[in-house]
Write a new protein. Structure first.
Length: 181
């Protein structure tokens, strides 16, 4: 895509236009990504002081609440992170009494996670969270705009190595094939 100046970009009527010198599509997009990252970090710190959970910790609580008995590996896949990245978050939530770990009866090497009563008390929509901000923004967008934005973010995450590029059905068919040992 041609890197046009931001003043040349089409903006729907009434939509915010960038202030300052024209940056072009790539630099303007990067500027917005940094602004989102800064907002995520700031909101996460505020959440820690008000709710006692950081943004990533809250996301884990919400996901474990949605999928009781989830393994760390499955949780890592959903979040597109390496399981070792998740270990510290899970341990902190467990130490605080928000998560409980049980051995998987089918595979003793795996742990299954569920919310405790205290964890379930936090597994509700709350103001002042990243989730509430995302909910407010998505409620103002059309389904088409949301899907287009998800496409761009997914492609960017794939390009940066944060999301696997294989189609889910390809991954499922690999799991069904026997592996050589």
């Amino acid at each position: 895509m041609k890197d046009t100046a931001s003043s040349e970009l089409e903006h729907p009527e009434g939509e915010h236009r960038p202030k300052g010198p024209p940056l072009g599509e790539v630099l303007e997009f990067m500027r917005l990504l940094w602004a989102v990252d800064h907002g995520l970090q700031s909101t996460s710190k505020r959440m820690e002081s008000t709710l006692g959970l950081t943004g990533p910790q809250r996301l884990v609580v919400r996901l474990v609440g949605r999928f009781p008995g989830i393994t760390a590996g499955t949780l890592a896949q959903i979040l597109h992170v390496h399981p070792s990245t998740l270990t510290g978050v899970l341990k902190r939530l467990e130490k605080r009494g928000l998560l409980e770990r049980k051995a998987d009866p089918l595979d003793g090497r795996k742990a299954l996670f569920a919310l405790t009563e205290s964890g379930r008390a936090l597994d509700i929509p709350s103001e002042g969270t990243v989730e509430s901000a995302v909910q407010r923004v998505l409620s103002r967008m059309t389904r088409t705009r949301i899907l287009c934005t998800q496409d761009v973010l997914t492609a960017l995450a794939q390009e940066l190595g944060g999301v696997p590029t294989e189609a889910p059905e390809d991954e499922a068919s690999k799991k069904q094939q026997p592996t050589a040992r």
